[in-house]
Design a protein around this ligand. Structure first.
Ligand code: NAI
Length: 291
């Protein structure tokens, strides 16, 4: 079966690797340290068992898991012979450019290099590769958790070819996802650009003492019909990731008024579910439970 390289095995990367493995692909999964990969494989195994219990995967979880090969800190090795790379490393332009430059050097000439970035311009990331690869650089933006969320945004940078967009749509269809093509590489694309406004409004209401976190979340869930309130979603996303996204969008011209209620959590390293506390508390860090 064709090989897919997934770079970054955190919240998103492990789920993306799991999705491709379920669809039958061989997956090379890279992170910077063995411990992160070990945790990622444990999370994938746990999730596959849940899916198997519900009859949502056809194969035995161990068979699916055996298609994922962990690789410590070697992007080059992971992309060798791969037809697609999906980069899901930390939301930092320098890290992403380094990954893309290495992948460009080692991947087959026709391999597509996609990024799961939430906010960084695809065009800027594409500057890290040689001119002949630029049409093959694209945004493939999954949502958390990738195994369950139905949407993938496909983002066209200035150099992305229509053929690349079409191929990503085909991969997404094989993973059972719906796609929206984002033709303008604007900060935050579609979903995060809108969510940023929701988060900002929610956060300033709390900062000004107009509503509590629980009141805002209840209103958004029980009246506006969102599956999660703004604050619980930020906890689930990772407040560190929310801050990276906010900074990246602000630097690229998105007009916003960063709210102290969010930035303070980042400074205190209260990142949400992953650290055990964010806007709410999670007794088992890393495991989501409704507070
Ligand atoms: P995370 O912090 O959970 O995971 C990032 C992983 O990348 C970490 O395990 C880290 O060790 C690894 N990493 C850092 N540098 C690396 C490198 N040079 N090579 C390989 N691995 C490296 O972050 P998360 O939430 O998984 O985000 C990853 C990407 O996905 C970001 O670009 C983020 O904006 C995007 N994203 C996040 C969503 C969310 O809800 N958390 C939703 C959709 C996109």
């Amino acid at each position: 079966m064709p090989k897919i390289a997934v770079i970054g095995a955190g919240t998103m990367g492990h789920g993306i690797a799991e999705l491709f493995a379920i669809a039958g692909y061989e997956v090379a999964l890279v992170d910077i340290a063995e411990d992160f990969l070990k945790k990622a494989l444990q999370n994938i195994e746990w999730s596959l068992r849940k899916l198997a219990e519900k009859g949502q995967v056809k194969e035995d979880p161990s068979v699916i898991l055996s298609r994922i090969k962990p690789i410590v800190n070697d992007v080059c090795k992971a992309v060798e012979g791969a037809e697609l790379m999906v980069e899901a490393a930390v939301e930092n332009i320098d890290v992403k450019k380094k990954v893309f430059s290495e992948a460009d050097r080692c991947a087959p000439p026709n391999a597509i290099l996609a990024t799961n970035t939430s906010s960084l311009p695809i065009t800027e990331i594409a500057e890290a590769v040689r001119p002949e690869r630029k049409p093959l650089v694209v945004g493939m933006h999954f949502f958390n958790p990738p195994v369950l969320m139905p949407l993938v945004e496909i983002i066209k940078g200035a150099y992305t070819s229509d053929e690349t967009v079409k191929k990503i749509a085909d991969y997404a269809a094989k993973l059972g996802k719906q796609t929206v093509v984002v033709n303008k590489d604007v900060p935050g694309f579609i979903v995060n650009r809108i969510l940023a406004r929701v988060n900002e409004a929610a956060c300033w209401m709390v900062a000004r003492g107009e509503a509590t976190i629980q009141e805002v979340d209840s209103a958004l869930m029980y009246k506006a019909g969102l599956p999660m309130g703004a604050f619980i979603l930020m906890d689930y996303t990772g407040i560190d990731v929310v801050c990276f996204i906010g900074d990246a969008m602000l630097k690229r011209g998105f007009k916003s008024h960063p709210c102290p209620v969010i930035t303070q959590k980042c400074q205190e390293k209260k990142f949400g579910v992953k650290s055990g506390e964010g806007f709410y508390k999670y007794p088992a860090p890393g495991k989501f439970q409704w507070p």
